[in-house]
Design a protein around this ligand. Structure first.
Ligand SMILES: *Cc1c(COP(=O)(O)O)cnc(C)c1O
Length: 393
């Protein structure tokens, strides 16, 4: 007799045996720079809440007010009956922040990539990706009927080679890259990518999930960082990281918005944000515009923390953002260091092969504008003491 269900348990057990299963930690209370996880007070070094906005009073109040005025849910997908004035206000505000004609908000960043990427190119076209692009881009690419090309990470000579190969064989070319890469915290050379795209008549798409709120003028993201306003076709981002809420978006021309909302299946076939979410995202943009201190403090923390780690002898790779890897070599070193610091009240997780190369296992740390100097000094002391104890520095 056929057994179509045994795999559920078998596959799970395989993951457990190979130590590849996720052990979920429970955050008891809000996500704050010092928080409670599994009953213990810890310094949070692995949230994406870079600007510490997830508990900002104005953003919380906007969510409460929107529930009172508009209810708990939107009642529909936006294309039918779930398009509220709150959603329209958010998109207009985002377009002003980005200095573009139009923006379209999706339920999540993943939904934006998985929904839009496959529509931009089809049979007879090619998508060219950086080899380290995020999984949501990879899934979007998989859903497309276009051919696929890959270039070595941030390697512009290799991108040019792939473009030259593609030049005569394909109609449309789409170049897609993360703006900030999540394992190393390095920034894509978007100025050079745009230049090559212009030479070859290609379209450009940048996923700025980790750059939003961190790089660019006052945290306006990667297009602002490179001064490329008007020259990047799709700037995609998320409200789930520095903005402290949830939601994805794309920004660019009105033509892009018209196309994206009529073609993205994730947008057309999935309920819209509850009023509280849309209002909180809108308030988060206002905070970014009106309170530059969060961005300023974030950068003071980033510079201090990186410099101290390096002076202790840790290898921090070549990060230019709020993500600082502490590279310790083999997987077992990264696991041991993570276990030791968590036991000492510092919460940062190991990133292991196959997420990164076998000899580049690491602990990934992320700065928050809400960390005090005392928080950082405590975390640094714990990292240094355990790094020495384990013979890593
Ligand atoms: C987090 C992330 C996403 C997904 O964004 P969500 O809004 O959380 O779904 C997409 N791309 C990159 C590069 C990310 O880091």
């Amino acid at each position: 007799m056929r057994d179509s269900k045994a795999f559920l348990k078998q596959e799970y057990e395989r993951l457990v045996n190979e130590n590849l299963d996720w052990h979920l930690k429970v955050l008891e209370g809000p996500s704050t720079p010092r928080c409670t996880i599994d009953g213990r007070d810890v310094i949070m070094l692995c949230s994406n809440n870079y600007l510490n906005l997830s508990n900002h009073p104005k953003i919380k109040q906007a969510a409460i007010d929107a529930i009172k005025s508009h209810g708990a849910g939107s009642g529909s997908v936006r294309a039918i009956a779930g398009n509220m004035d709150i959603h329209e206000v958010l998109e207009a505000h985002l377009a002003r922040l980005k200095d573009v004609e139009a923006a379209l908000v999706y339920q999540t960043g993943f939904a934006a990539n998985a929904g839009l990427v496959p529509q931009l190119v089809g049979a007879g076209d090619i998508i060219i990706s950086d080899e380290l692009n995020h999984g949501s881009i990879i899934d979007g690419v998989r859903l497309s009927k276009a051919d696929k090309g890959v270039y070595a990470h941030n390697d512009m000579a290799d991108l040019e080679r792939v473009l030259n190969d593609a030049d005569k064989d394909f109609k449309r070319i789409l170049i897609i890259t993360d703006g900030v890469f999540s394992m190393d915290g390095d920034i894509a050379p978007l100025d050079k990518i745009v230049k090559l795209a212009e030479e070859f008549g290609a379209m450009t798409y940048v996923d700025d999930a980790h750059g939003e709120g961190v790089i660019g003028d006052g945290g306006r993201g990667i297009v602002s960082h490179f001064g490329l306003e008007g020259r990047v076709d799709v700037e995609m981002g998320t409200f789930s990281k520095a903005f402290g809420v949830v939601g994805g978006y794309v920004s660019g021309t009105q033509d892009l918005k018209n196309f994206a909302l009529n073609k993205s299946r994730t947008w057309l076939l999935s309920g819209s944000h509850p009023p509280a979410v849309a209002a909180a995202c809108n308030a988060a943009i206002s905070v970014l515009e009106d309170e530059p201190q969060h961005h300023k403090t974030l950068w003071e923390n980033i510079r201090y923390f990186k410099a101290q780690l390096e002076s202790m002898g840790f290898d921090c790779g070549h990060s230019d953002t709020a993500i600082t890897p502490v590279i310790v070599g083999e997987s077992k070193n990264a696991k041991a260091l993570s276990d030791a610091i968590i036991a000492d009240g510092v919460f940062a997780l190991p990133i292991l092969f196959p997420m990164v190369a076998k000899d580049k296992a690491r602990i990934r740390t992320m700065m928050n504008a809400g960390h005090t100097r005392e928080d950082l000094d405590t975390a640094l002391e714990v990292l240094e003491r355990n790094g020495k104890k384990l013979g890593l520095i």
